[in-house]
Structures are given as C-alpha cells and as structure tokens.
Design a protein around this ligand. Sequence first.
Ligand SMILES: Cc1cc2nc3c(=O)[nH]c(=O)nc-3n(C[C@H](O)[C@H](O)[C@H](O)COP(=O)(O)OP(=O)(O)OC[C@H]3O[C@@H](n4cnc5c(N)ncnc54)[C@H](O)[C@@H]3O)c2cc1C
Length: 314
Amino acid sequence: MTSKVVVVGRDSQDIVNAMGLAKIIADGSGSSISAIVLGGGEDLPRVASGIASEGYVVSGTGHAPELISAALRSALRREELYAVVAPALKDLTDALARFSASLGIPMFTEVTEVLPRQGEGLVIRRAALAGRAVAEYSSAPPISATVAPGRFPAPAPSPSAQLKVGTIDVGTQGPEVLGVEQKRREGVDISSAEIVVGVGRGFRSKDDLGMAFRLAELLGGAVGCSRPIAADYGWLPEDRWIGISAKKIRPKLYLALGISGAPQHMSGVMDSKLIAAVNKDKNAPIFQYADYGVVGDLYQIVPALVKRLEELHK
Ligand SMILES: Cc1cc2nc3c(=O)[nH]c(=O)nc-3n(C[C@H](O)[C@H](O)[C@H](O)COP(=O)(O)OP(=O)(O)OC[C@H]3O[C@@H](n4cnc5c(N)ncnc54)[C@H](O)[C@@H]3O)c2cc1C
C-alpha cells in the first residue's frame, strides 16, 4: 500500500502554508499526498490539483481541537500514514497533539527541516533553546509535524489535473462549540512583510509609537512588537507580537527599536535576512544579533530617520 502524507488545514490557505513541507516528505518517501480541509473546501482544487492525489472536506468541527482530532481519527488509519502535517497554528497544533497521542505517533512542532529516506526513517530538525541551537531527531514513520506558515514555499498546482474533493461526515462526538469570539485584529500580516519595524519597551507611551508607524510607512514595511507592548500594555494587538510565544517573521530587514533582545523575542526574528537595532544601552543583548546597530536614543534617531526619508520621498 502506498503510504500517505496528509496535509491538514482549516481552509485552503492553511493547505498552501503546509503543502511545501508535505511535498518534501512525500517526494523523499515515495508517498502520495492527501489534503483535508475542515469546512469550506471550494478552493481546494485551485491550490492542491496536481499535487495532492485526493482531497476531503470535513465539516462540523469548527476550530475545536477535540473535534478536529476526532475527525482525523475517524478519517485516517495509522497503517496508511507516513506523516500528517499542518501549519503551526494554536488550534491545529492542539488538534494534532491529541490525534498523535491517540495513535501513539511522535509529533514534532515547528519543524525547520525534514529528511525522509525511502525505506528508512526520517530525520527531523527544529529550533531549540529559543533559536540558539538546532535539535535533531530521528524517527520511524508515521510522524506528525507542524510548520511555520510559509516556511517552505508551496509547489505550483496544475489546474489541468482537476482534484476531486470528497466529504467526510464524522458527526458530532465531542464538546459543542457555543460561540467563537474573534480577537482584536488589524488585518496586518507581519509574517509576510519584507520590512518589519519592531517596537519595544524603549517607547514611553502608546502615542510615541506613531513615529515607528510613520517610519514603517516610509520604508514600505509593517510594525511588529515585543511582548510587553502587546501583552502587558495592550498598546498593539497580539497579531503584531513577535517571538517564541507569538509570530515568527522572516523579513529582509528587521529594525528593532528600543528592544533589549531577550531570547524569547529573538527566536521570532532569527530568520530575518538583516537585523538592525537602535538601543541606548551599548550592552543590550540585541547588539549580539544585529548586523547594524546604533547606540543612541530612539527619540532622537527615529525622527531623524523619518525626516531624511521624507526628504528622499519628496
Ligand atoms: C515564557 C516566556 C515567553 C516569552 N515570549 C516572548 C515573546 O514571544 N516575545 C517577546 O518579545 N518577549 C517574550 N517574552 C518576554 C521576554 O523575556 C522579554 O521580557 C521581552 O522581550 C522584553 O521586551 P522589550 O525588549 O521590549 O523590553 P525590555 O527588555 O525592557 O527592553 C527595552 C529596551 O529598550 C531600551 N531603551 C529604553 N529607552 C530607550 C530609548 N529612549 N532609546 C533606545 N533604547 C531604549 C533599553 O535599553 C532596553 O534594552 C517571554 C518571556 C517568557 C518568560
């Protein structure tokens, strides 16, 4: 029997975000790819035709991890699996953990590399110690894995190979979801921005963040922040929070303003091509990571940068 790599998402964008990894594992192990979306699914042929050999829509789970896990349990058999992959989002990670535990298969979160070898096991790598080290594991299949959205580019679909999409009816066999309340969001996606201006506790008030927003606008970038700015002060919504407990970003330029460079923050920016920092403390840890650093007061440096860029934009 051909083994399967199953890619799971809440919608087609999730499938795109995890398909790059699914394809690497499938190609290396000689497996086929199945795509499962939890609801919707009209878009599945557009993103998965020619890559996946089968597609399924599971309805009725919402974002409830217990129900997603139960749906996967009833749709998949351990013997046919080589791997199950999903983007590293809270509800899918929770669901995959439950599913993996129930089948007794190992799970690896936020993998950075997977090397499958036909007839042999897999080598899996992921960041450890807040991004300062790489942990390497070897495992026999099946495994389950989550991956930072977009970490591996998705292969291009071929619309001529129209993917047939079936449905899986699992019924309700878990807690009932009574309501879903959306978190405050601004619709910014700092994970895909090419330039990110990061703001930290070096800013003295919410109003002062205005200069960082102006700088980001002039650079054509987006504003992200350290944990205190989103979680403690609530000056910015959580979708701008960068770090181990929030978003990982991989911009061409990360410009950190008034950020000390704690490991939990830096693990979210280590994949940036270039890191530049402004900090008034010459011993701030951020300078150990920065390609360019300015020791100075952001209240002088940022307005000067804004002024210069405005002159250049005239
Ligand atoms: C389990 C756990 C998870 C965590 N997860 C995250 C996470 O995901 N993301 C995250 O960011 N943090 C996280 N943290 C918190 C992290 O440890 C740090 O406390 C946090 O990143 C510090 O934020 P900061 O750099 O903005 O503030 P601070 O550490 O207070 O640094 C402020 C910096 O601004 C500089 N500064 C002050 N005034 C000026 C000025 N006028 N001009 C220039 N520089 C100035 C100071 O010299 C200082 O270096 C986590 C912590 C724990 C325990």
